[in-house]
Design a binder for this molecule. Structure first.
Ligand SMILES: Cc1cc2nc3c(=O)[nH]c(=O)nc-3n(C[C@H](O)[C@H](O)[C@H](O)COP(=O)(O)OP(=O)(O)OC[C@H]3O[C@@H](n4cnc5c(N)ncnc54)[C@H](O)[C@@H]3O)c2cc1C
Length: 466
């Protein structure tokens, strides 16, 4: 970037919010896992949507790439600047309006963290339908850009289902705003919907209007020990059909539990280890303990169970699941492959994935966990070098064989771009590219994210890599 351009951008966001010093930029240039590293020509920290618009206008004119970043908790490398792009940090856009109790909606800035949103709306008797363990850092803009899922998708849907309106800046600096909170508004294309899950490639989200859900204060959490994933999935089917209060059904296995216990110094949850664990939570206005107890007592597959109703005990059970990501990261730089499968094919996939990975890269450690009711498994692989793509190739081909998707909730980012054609057809990709070209003709927004620039490792002859 030329000194003139730096000066121009400094005059837009104020010099104190342009970081050019290597030490100051460092935390923006490496992702949460430590696997993706890049370099930004500058980090810009705009204070409002108008500044974002002016930055994009200037960068678009100069054809300079811009990478949007919120909390930098993304797990597919999409928030990391590449090839000296400008890093646009949205964290200062953290405004919070009063909850609109009549519509059950709230308007917030894109840089607001999920935890601050939760505190704010809970004080008004509402809750937010999406929850993820990265809540203290992940921002609403980043969660919209990745269409984040988390632990309550089975009840409330993912981020797309919570977004009523979006304010965003397009590549040329124009501002689009659909923030009136109308639930019914079929006037033309759903641009807000298009931006959800677009991973910073179509526009920069500056604010959002979000739908809220009732605050359910009576919660019961159960940790179940089962023989295997097959047994766990039959329990999931029973709970899904019997419990109106079902909020979360999370799954993990002994290798992940061992890592979490070691990392957090936690005792074993049960006297004997089990092949598979389910963490179940029910929430309601009335205590759901009896409802859950009666559904579980009829589930013969359950070998062991621990149930908690008060806050600290419930947190103790959740810790076994929620600390998986951190415990895996503490054990090495992981390959994180978040995938989804038809629920009935999860068992077959889980039975084969470790063998496929260790056949490809002997000595790798495979740790699975995920959101059982959504068919969403996080395949974590420790051992291979950070840039060894053979592991992703082996896992994604197995996913495709099982009619699954190579991204359930983390997005494609740069990590999965070479394999997009395993999940999307040539016609799909052509349509997506046409949208990208129309909204960002110079390709300045997050280049290299979603769309592949190089073929996947070990592409089969005749297979499109687009
Ligand atoms: C411990 C842990 C647990 C997690 N659990 C879950 C989980 O259960 N479910 C889940 O879905 N994810 C989970 N994640 C992944 C991550 O938290 C989500 O992807 C989250 O949505 C990212 O938000 P962020 O603000 O950190 O975005 P970033 O990491 O900063 O960015 C992510 C992507 O969004 C783009 N972006 C960011 N802000 C904007 C904006 N304002 N406008 C346009 N584009 C933007 C970036 O360019 C990038 O492509 C977890 C991560 C961690 C570390």
């Amino acid at each position: 970037m030329t000194p003139e351009l730096v000066e121009m951008l400094s005059s837009v966001v104020a010099p104190g919010h342009v970081l050019a010093d290597a030490d100051l930029k460092a935390s923006y240039e490496t992702d949460w896992t430590g696997r993706f590293k890049g370099s930004a020509s500058a980090v810009l920290r705009p204070g409002d949507a108008q500044q974002v618009a002016e930055v994009l206008r200037v960068c678009n004119e100069a054809a300079v790439a811009v990478v949007a970043q919120g909390g930098n908790t993304g797990l597919v490398g999409g928030s990391i600047p590449r090839d000296s792009a400008v890093l646009l940090s949205l964290r200062r856009l953290d405004q919070l309006e009063a909850v609109d109790e009549i519509s059950g909606q709230v308007t917030v800035g894109a840089g607001l963290t999920l935890a601050r949103l939760q505190d704010h709306v809970r004080a008004s008797g509402f809750d937010f339908g999406v929850d993820i363990a990265a809540r203290d850092s992940a921002t609403i803009g980043g969660m919209i850009a990745t269409n984040a899922g988390g632990t309550r998708v089975l009840r409330y849907g993912h981020m797309r289902a919570q977004v009523v309106g979006i304010e965003a800046v397009l590549a040329d600096g124009s501002l689009i705003s659909r923030m009136s909170g109308l639930l019914k508004d079929n006037s033309g294309y759903d641009l807000a919907g298009l931006l959800v899950g677009s991973e910073g490639t179509l526009g920069v989200v500056t604010a959002a209007r979000l739908r809220l859900v009732p605050l359910l204060t009576k919660r019961v959490t159960a940790l179940l020990g089962l023989d295997d994933l097959g047994a766990a999935l039959s329990v999931v089917a029973r709970l899904r059909s019997e419990l109106a209060s079902l909020d979360s059904v999370e799954v993990f296995f002994e290798p992940g539990l061992e890592l979490v216990r070691e990392h957090m110094r936690l005792p074993a949850p049960f006297r004997e280890p089990h092949g598979c664990y389910l963490l179940v939570e029910c929430a309601s206005r009335r205590n759901p303990l009896e409802e859950l107890g009666s559904a579980l007592s009829a589930a013969e597959e359950v070998q062991d169970s621990a149930v908690a109703t008060d806050g600290p005990d419930r947190e103790r059970l959740w810790a076994y699941r929620e600390h998986h990501t951190a415990a895996i990261n503490a054990a090495g730089v992981p390959h994180k492959l978040d995938i989804s499968l038809p629920v009935e094919r999860m068992t077959s996939f889980a039975e084969r994935v470790e063998a496929e990975v260790t056949k490809t890269i002997p000595g790798s450690r495979v740790i699975l966990f995920g959101h059982a009711a959504d068919g969403n498994l996080h395949v974590n692989v420790l051992g291979p070098e950070a840039d060894d793509e053979r592991v992703a190739d082996a896992v994604f081909r197995l996913v495709a064989e099982h009619d699954g998707s190579i991204s359930a909730e983390h997005g494609i980012g740069v990590a999965k771009a070479p394999w997009l054609s395993l999940t999307r057809s040539e016609a799909d990709i052509a349509a997506m590219r046409a949208i990208k070209r129309a909204l960002d003709p110079k390709g300045i927004l997050n280049p290299g994210v979603i769309f592949p620039t190089a073929p996947a490792v070990a592409s089969q002859p005749g297979e499109a890599s687009s």
